[in-house]
Write a new protein. Sequence first.
Length: 151
Amino acid sequence: MKKAIVGITLVFMAIISIAFITKDKVPQVVKDSFSKKFPKVKRVDWEKEEANEWEAEFKLKKKNYSANFLDDGTWQETEYEIEEKEVPEHIISSIMDSFPGYEIEEAEVSETVQGVNYEFEIEKGKSEMAITIDSNGKIIHKESEDDDERD
């Protein structure tokens, strides 16, 4: 029994150490770039998103945000969830015209250097789709969630 407790304790300590090591390894240039873009944010959780990209998760204006930065501090994207009532009317119209009968399950704003896009999870019965619409209301990406489940 003592060996099990010691083993569990060691595993738990290793997990905690890894979390702190990852946080400490965020390049200072990335932290500085984040602080410049989001000066009012004080609490940030960092995660290595890809080999050369970091993701910051934080709260701003009572919403959950994520922002991605390259190792050199270059900002890539900021995403945050919004309520359906916050989606511009012309974007809602585009969804209703292109996907009649579908309901919005989730909505997010994605800001990049190229502009603002709206990302949605929509559903009709058992059919689910992920779609991206640009700020002009043009559908720029659609993917059936049903396709993912078959793969």
